[in-house]
Design a protein around this ligand. Structure first.
Ligand code: PLP
Length: 371
């Protein structure tokens, strides 16, 4: 089945008892046993499993082409479950341009427990040089945040699997509508479902999808159930509801982002536009080969430094000054400020989450602000 169909049907079923077409939200924390002690409804206790979470995990696993999925209370909780599933002392290779919240998680929470190197994963020699006997995981994020770098997933998988190293991909920016890492050989996919899956900037969630139900996946399930960073039934329901429109929303985001990137690239006040759908993007060829769409995120640098970047951002009316992404409304942020003092992000860089407003209105707003 195609994604549009999966998105609508794989997270939904007609309720067996009430015949409701849309599944009810099951708030109960506990489920009745039969006289023989079994659980005929398939659930025992909502930290372990819940009907709404089960449907959410099912639709996301199918969209990503995975064997199973596990939902969490945030993207960072999903990422943390991966790191917690590794044996102490495991060495991780991660990108130098990595979502700062997860980079800080490794640096602050896993210092002394895991070993990690943040390197340029687009240079295969650099990756090769950093491999060591204890390397257990290569973490990728493509397109990356905030520089929109694109990593050749197949190439990294080929190297990693030769050394029995697992590959996990943060697919938040791309969504399964634009990129299917498991089809490119990745072992695990991670999402912040706070972003495009939720799509309306009103809930937090995270998800992991596995290529195989192996021992590693069982360990991750154990972290989910015993660690307990699970999403509420209400949030699972909201996500299933939003995912039904994910394929069409993403098509709209991609359409608008491409046109906005092309507009910005021609503007005399813009220094550089970072968008995988532009032929000027350094990894345009790789993006064309491995992506089904180029996503809805753009970063650009403004001529005249930080002051000029701030003037532009403050002159916009339709783009809200806020972090995060993937909602129907356009957001813009001065990324270096969000990332804090150790950021390597240029101070004249602005990151845009291109929304679903009409592209003419978005361009007109930018035209005025750029002046
Ligand atoms: C937001 C984000 C995360 C973290 O997700 P939360 O839901 O905020 O915990 C991880 N990776 C990327 C690429 C993100 O954009």
């Amino acid at each position: 089945m195609k994604p549009e169909t999966i998105a609508i049907h794989a997270g939904n079923h007609v309720d067996a008892s009430s015949k409701a077409v849309i599944q009810p939200i099951v708030l109960s924390t506990t489920f009745e046993r039969a006289e023989d002690g079994t659980f005929p409804g398939g659930h025992i206790y909502s930290r372990a499993s819940n009907p709404n979470r089960e449907l959410l995990e099912n639709v996301i696993a199918k969209l990503e082409g995975g064997a199973d999925a596990a939902a969490f209370s945030s993207g960072n909780a999903a990422g943390m479950s991966v790191f917690q599933s590794l044996a102490p002392g495991t060495h991780i290779i991660a990108p130098d341009d990595m979502y700062h919240g997860l980079r800080n998680q490794l640096k602050i929470l896993f210092a002394g427990i895991l070993k990690f190197d943040f390197i340029d994963v687009n240079d295969i020699d650099t990756v090769n040089r950093h491999l060591m006997p204890g390397t257990g995981l290569i973490w990728l994020e493509t397109p990356s945040n905030p520089l929109l770098k694109v990593t050749d997933i197949k190439k990294i998988v080929a190297l990693a699997h030769k050394h029995s190293i697992k590959v996990a991909v943060d697919n938040t920016f791309a969504t399964p509508i634009c990129q299917l890492p498991i089809s490119l050989g990745a072992d695990l996919v991670m999402h912040s479902s706070t972003k495009y899956f939720g799509g309306h900037s009103d809930l937090m969630g995270g998800v992991l999808v596995t290529a195989q139900k192996d021992d590693w996946w069982q360990k991750i399930r154990d972290v989910q159930v015993y660690g307990g960073a699970i999403p509420s039934p209400m949030d699972c329901y909201m996500l299933v509801r939003s995912i039904k429109t994910l394929p069409y929303r993403v098509q709209g985001h991609v359409h608008n982002a491409q046109l906005l990137a092309e507009y910005l690239e021609k503007h005399p006040k813009i220094e550089q536009v970072m968008y995988p759908g532009l032929p000027s993007h350094p990894q345009y060829q790789i993006a064309k080969e491995q992506m089904l769409g180029f996503g809805g995120m753009i970063s650009f640098t403004v001529k005249g430094g930080e002051a000029e970047a701030r003037r532009v951002i403050n002159g916009l009316k339709l783009f809200t000054r806020a972090t995060s992404l993937g909602g129907v409304e356009s957001l813009i942020e001065h990324r270096a400020t969000v990332e804090g003092p150790d950021t390597k992000t240029p101070f004249n860089l602005l990151r845009v989450s291109v929304g679903l407003e009409h592209i003419d209105d978005l361009i007109e707003d930018l035209e005025v602000a750029l002046g």
